[in-house]
Design a binder for this molecule. Structure first.
Ligand code: FCB
Length: 483
């Protein structure tokens, strides 16, 4: 009897499919998009000050106007709806809501986020609010900033004010965005605001950001409905040793400690890693960590936000070699890696984006599956992922960015693989919805799904946005068309 031909497995040719309810989003942050820096009671943040300091930001660019999202948010929500997005991750500007970092909230500031949120909800888009995306009120920096404990307490108070005012509309909250950048680029290498270069201040800042997170989670739980989802977004470093040697693997351990576990340890396990304390013992005795702090930081979160762009390759280099840099944010001569002066950083192989970052989705797969192994009950959300390219508006008015679509496709495929291998990933936020103010690079780097012509503020969805819209609408990951 002839053997019937075996039928192909039904999923073998089907495109990868994401579950219903998976959040399909795009992200922005207040200082990068809002503009209106002196309107309705907003005062200066550390980024306003930094931008005014000569030589800190590319060509003296500032966020004063940015992409005018403060005034154009309705148009921007319409754009999101047109792209089939089901979620929008934005940040609340602390100096807009509580300008001095003390006292009651400014109603006009809160009202902006009320209007934005209402617009999102009526378009069927889930708002995901980040409370701190790097714009510390200048007044708090002048009083010492994140290296001081009081800033953590101030942050918790501000979080409570915002939660109380907007908790009826916003169900998803993130305390901090990338505290590594706030601490180590802001106070270590100085390439971000406030531009200090003091390794001990950077470690103190990391602790007070951790503490601020824990205190803010507690404050938010006190004012938000019981089903509110609380999280934090970390830019975890996907690390590779340059060679398999024991020394290079030890360099990975060191950077993992001061890049990743400095936050994961206290936030998710209730303690700073012993090896981090040992690696930095020549700098500080960590006496700024008071009894009970680690417990305070270790609050249950409902999901962990993972921001990923590119992997980091490290080696052990001989003592005395100047630290090379691979923090993904360029510039500066001071190190953002306290206690890791002998570690060398190397370009990761692969195609490069306009940031000179290597395209390597396997780093995202490794992070997600590694987190799933270590924290099996913790849902994950990719809260940032994306790429800058030299986008231009073509003669026909379109912006053709096949590299970005390919980048997003490859990273979504990696997420899908990670999900199949046990990671509980609940959503994806492309960075960014719009081209915007890319920190020290000013407007020179375009990360948007939507192109912005800065002089006219004209928005044009790029071809990658149209491709992403199809994925968001169908939940099916089909490759972008060639070319
Ligand atoms: C992340 C930041 C975000 C943007 C992207 C490119 O580190 O959170 O604001 O700058 O990088």
């Amino acid at each position: 009897m002839p053997v019937p031909p075996s039928r192909p497995h039904p999923t073998s040719t089907a495109p990868p499919r994401f579950p219903a309810g998976f959040l399909w989003g795009a992200a922005t942050s207040a200082y990068q998009v809002e503009g209106a820096t002196a309107e309705d009671g907003r005062t200066a943040s550390i980024w306003d000050t930094f931008c005014r300091t000569p030589g800190k930001v590319f060509q003296g660019h500032t966020g004063e106007v940015a992409v005018d999202h403060y005034h154009r948010f309705r148009e921007d929500v319409r754009l999101m709806a047109g792209l089939g997005l089901t979620a929008y991750r934005f940040s609340v500007s602390w100096p807009r809501v509580q300008p001095t970092g003390h006292g009651p909230a400014v109603q006009q500031g809160l009202d902006f986020y009320r209007r934005l949120t209402d617009e999102l909800l009526s378009a069927g888009i889930t708002p995901v609010a980040t409370l701190y995306h790097w714009d510390l009120p200048q007044e708090l920096e002048s009083a010492g900033g994140w290296p001081e404990r009081t800033t953590a307490e101030r942050f918790a108070e501000y979080a409570g004010l915002v939660g109380e005012a907007l908790g009826d509309r916003i169900g998803h909250w993130t305390t901090l965005n990338e505290p590594w950048c706030s601490a180590f680029l802001g106070y270590g290498s100085g390439v971000h605001a406030p531009g200090r270069t003091d390794p001990v201040a950077a470690l103190r800042a990391a602790h007070h950001l951790n503490l601020g997170h824990g205190l803010a989670v507690t404050a938010l739980r006190g004012v938000l409905p019981a089903d509110a989802q609380l999280s934090v977004s970390l830019n975890l470093h996907a690390l590779r040793p340059l060679t398999p040697s024991a020394d290079d693997r030890d360099a990975v351990r060191r950077i993992d400690a001061v890049g990743n576990r400095v936050f994961l340890g206290p936030m998710l396990e209730g303690a700073y890693p012993e090896d981090l304390l040992a690696d930095t013992a020549h700098l500080t005795d960590w006496s700024f960590v008071r009894a009970g702090d680690e417990k305070e930081i270790h609050q249950p979160v409902d999901w962990l936000g993972v921001n990923y762009y590119t992997p980091t390759v490290v080696s052990a280099t001989p003592e005395g070699t100047a630290p090379a840099r691979a923090d993904g944010h360029g510039g500066g001569t001071a190190s953002p890696w306290p206690g890791a002066d002998r570690v060398g950083f190397h370009p990761a192989p692969g195609e490069r984006t306009a940031m000179d970052w290597a395209v390597d989705p396997s780093g995202l797969y490794e992070l997600l599956t590694g987190l799933a192994r270590r924290y099996p009950d913790l849902p994950l959300v990719v809260t940032e992922n994306g790429a800058a390219y030299q986008d231009e508006v073509g003669e026909d008015g379109t912006v053709h960015d096949p590299e970005r679509a390919a980048y997003l496709h490859a990273h979504l495929a990696a997420i899908h693989r990670a999900t199949a291998d046990g990671a509980d990933v609940r959503g994806y936020f492309a960075w960014s919805l719009l081209d915007n103010f890319e920190w020290a690079y000013g407007y020179a780097k375009r990360f948007g799904l939507v192109h912005v012509d800065y002089p006219t503020q004209t928005r044009t969805p790029k071809t990658s946005a149209h491709w992403y819209a199809r994925v968001a609408r169908t939940g099916e990951l089909r490759p972008p068309a060639e070319g």
